[in-house]
Design a binder for this molecule. Structure first.
Ligand code: DGL
Length: 265
């Protein structure tokens, strides 16, 4: 075990603030770890970009976190994972954890045999997503819905706006009409919409995201690589953001040991 490395931070990145939904799960499961979170809000949304652009941005984010001395990278973005994780794993030796829409979980839990997935165009069009879907029982009907406009509203802190309600109604109602009983949130920004989605679905539809699974996988890989923190003190978290920091401020207000820094990135 290399004690120096154990003290280093878990690096986490997303196209914006959405990956803080993953950071919260990691922070809850691994409170002794230091974390560095990179929110590339200036370039959000990634979901409309080409695979080449998403790879380029993911490389830039990964190199930033490696330069900061991170011991592991968590790609807290479905769009970056589904488009760039193969490239990242081929080109960097640091352990890299990704997040993919939890359609396997939904396919096990559904009783009606109909599941909905809300994700970005970049995720739904990716070959990795196509491969994952091909492994799902063909008897399960999967309704794919691109969440156009949702990330932009969340980045601006408009989670509860009328515009958001109208968009969610438009995306979720057709799933309800087709008897879907599980909705997969295939974008790390979307857990911030769960209260609004529940206003439309009521409590009869399960909303599934992969946040806890990613935190558990991060812990597992840290242990496997002898990288888990041996500290007895709660860790510190630094959040780098290259756009407006107000929404991050609001998200993190109840968390101690967190600092937000503006980054010209
Ligand atoms: N949080 C990102 C994801 O999980 C948002 C994608 C975007 O920037 O469009 O896919």
């Amino acid at each position: 075990m290399t004690p120096q490395k154990n003290k280093q931070a878990i690096g986490i990145f997303d196209s914006g603030i959405g990956g803080t939904s993953i950071w919260k799960e990691i922070n809850a499961l691994l409170p002794l770890e230091n974390t560095i979170y990179l929110s590339d809000s200036k370039n959000a949304p990634y979901g409309q970009k080409s695979t080449e652009e998403i790879i380029q941005l993911s490389v830039k984010n990964t190199e930033f976190l490696i330069k900061k001395g991170c011991k592991i990278i968590v790609v807290a973005c479905n769009t970056a994972t589904t488009n760039a994780i193969d490239y990242l794993r081929k080109n960097y030796t640091i352990p890299i954890i990704g997040i993919e829409p939890a359609i396997k979980t939904a396919s096990i839990q559904t009783k009606t045999g109909v599941i909905g997935i809300l994700a970005t165009k970049g995720t739904l069009n990716s070959s990795l997503f196509e491969k994952t879907t091909a492994r799902i029982d063909t008897k399960i009907k999967i309704i794919e819905q691109v969440g156009n406009g949702l990330v932009e509203l969340i980045e601006n802190g408009n989670m509860e706006s009328l515009e958001m309600t109208v968009l969610l109604q438009k995306y979720v109602q057709p799933m309800i009409d087709l008897q879907c009983d599980c909705i997969v949130l295939g974008c790390t920004h979307y857990p911030y919409l769960i209260p609004q989605i529940k206003k439309i679905t009521g409590n009869n539809i399960k909303i599934i995201d992969a946040g806890q699974a990613v935190a558990k996988q991060t812990k597992h890989i840290l242990i496997e690589n002898n990288l888990i923190s041996t500290s007895e003190k709660k860790g510190n978290s630094i959040f780098y953001n290259n756009k407006n920091k107000n929404v991050l401020d609001a998200i993190l207000k109840e968390y101690q040991n967190t600092t937000i820094q503006f980054l010209d990135f």
